[in-house]
Design a protein around this ligand. Structure first.
Ligand code: IPE
Ligand code: IPE
Ligand code: MG
Length: 244
């Protein structure tokens, strides 16, 4: 069974079910630092610490795919010192966590461009993806230098480069060319930090996602806050355009 048919089978069930694929826009690190009179780098540090804290928690709740928005194609426009700090943190966290994640059966995927990130981060990501490739537990998508528009544009370019004929371009063909090729659509999209926007995240894969916005800033989003997001999801009636 493909991941997408698995998702639709689960969504047909009348029992409250855990979302198969959760995606998170981890927003609010800057405000978290600001309210404490700290430098923004401290906010990002706290954000990466929270990421380490919550991954196992999502797996325990029955989530099979967790995709985390860590750095967007637009985030390069932030001050150079902030960008470099985020790159360094990402390298350190992956270097530190990959082995443990591997032991826990987590399969790591990188979603995003690889041509602009530092060689050190590219190496860490590649290594983490390679060592965990055959794991069968939680699939952890790390969206770094990710943009939904860039992803779709890249898919179009790749299809043309591969000589795919116009007649063969349908929705499943496009999906095959996305960074998320073997992942199901997103069931639950969480945004922390209180905003209600998608900020160029998973434009294709969130077509019928349930959206949950939390006021809580990302470094503080764990435990009961995750419970609330799941509770909210379990109360949604998903119709996918059909008559209920
Ligand atoms: C999200 O936190 C992390 C990244 C975008 C890398 P922000 O840094 O955007 O936090 P706020 O929105 O300024 O509070
Ligand atoms: C979205 O947050 C990107 C990440 C969380 C990585 P932003 O802070 O960049 O989004 P905007 O600027 O508020 O839309
Ligand atoms: Mg932000």
């Amino acid at each position: 069974m493909t991941a997408n048919s698995e998702a639709s089978k689960r969504s047909d069930s009348s029992d409250p079910i855990a979302p198969l694929h959760v995606a998170i826009i981890m927003d609010g690190n800057g405000r978290w630092a600001q309210t404490r009179g700290l430098d923004v780098s401290e906010g990002h540090h706290a954000g990466f610490e929270n990421l380490r804290r919550v991954v196992a928690d999502f797996a325990k709740r029955g989530v099979s795919y967790l995709t985390l928005y860590a750095f967007s194609t637009e985030n390069w426009d932030r001050p150079e010192s902030e960008v470099n700090g985020i790159l360094e943190l990402a390298i350190a966290v992956i270097a530190h966590e990959a082995q443990q994640l591997n032991e826990n059966g987590v399969r790591i995927k990188h979603l995003g461009r690889v041509d602009r990130i530092s060689p050190e981060l590219r190496d860490e990501l590649e290594q983490a993806v390679t060592i965990t490739a055959s794991n069968t537990g939680l699939t952890l998508g790390i969206a770094f230098d990710y943009g939904g528009r860039a992803e779709i544009t890249n898919a179009a370019r790749q299809m043309i480069a591969d000589g795919v004929s116009a007649n063969d371009v349908d929705e499943s063909k496009v999906a095959e060319y996305l960074y998320t090729a073997d992942m199901p659509d997103v069931d639950l999209l969480i945004r922390t930090g209180g905003d209600f926007r998608i900020s160029n995240f998973l434009l294709w894969q969130t077509a019928y996602s349930e959206f949950y916005s939390s006021e809580i800033l990302w470094p503080d989003f764990f435990g009961e806050h995750i419970d609330k997001a799941f509770e909210s999801f379990s109360e949604r009636q998903r119709r996918f355009g059909k008559r209920a």
